[in-house]
Design a protein around this ligand. Structure first.
Ligand SMILES: [Fe+2]
Length: 182
């Protein structure tokens, strides 16, 4: 297994882009929030978030290898299989099965969507983005088009309404709003 400090150091050693680091920290916060919500393993879910895009820079030109390079790098830490599996599921390289798989799958595009909501809000503050604002933007296909709506809507597999899911991830991101500068 790996501890959070080691995982964090590993992440910043592999990911140099600040925005990508912010994305990863947002997904970590979202996974922690969802684990708390469901009474699941907070440490494990947080680590899955923190490590899910570890090879993103390395595989940028070779997206078929995304997550598989991460698996290679993480071998020495002997992570539980379910963590590796959840990471492999997030770009669709394995079918989501567990609640942890679906959580990562749905949270990944949602963090970018919420950042876009905050930047579009007149105040540019995450704290002022509410449920209705996010749900209206969700319905606008051209808004944050990179945030795949289908993946976000997979929160239904967690038994969560879209509005509730968006509010949970927003709340998670608010806990690190200083790091996100939002
Ligand atoms: Fe990601």
């Amino acid at each position: 297994m790996i501890d959070r400090a080691t995982a964090y150091d590993l992440m910043v050693s592999k990911i140099k882009n600040r925005n990508l680091q912010k994305h990863i920290l947002s997904v970590e916060a979202g996974m922690i929030k969802l684990a708390q919500h469901f009474g699941e393993d907070v440490e494990k879910w947080g680590l899955v978030g923190l490590l899910h895009d570890l090879d993103y820079d390395k595989t940028a030109k070779d997206p078929d290898r995304h997550t598989f390079v991460t698996e290679e790098w993480l071998k020495e830490y002997n992570l539980p299989d379910d963590m590796i599996y959840a990471i492999r599921c997030h770009p669709g390289y394995a079918p989501c099965q567990s609640r942890m798989d679906w959580s990562l799958y749905a949270t990944d595009p949602t963090t970018g969507f919420i950042v876009a909501c905050a930047l579009m809000h007149p105040s540019k503050k995450l704290a002022n983005v509410d449920r209705d604002f996010m749900l209206r933007r969700f319905g606008e296909k051209r808004f944050a088009a990179g945030a795949t709506r289908e993946n976000m809507a997979a929160c239904s597999n967690l038994g969560l309404e879209l509005g509730d899911f968006l509010m949970l991830i927003r709340e998670a991101m608010l806990t690190i709003s200083d790091k996100l500068e939002l």
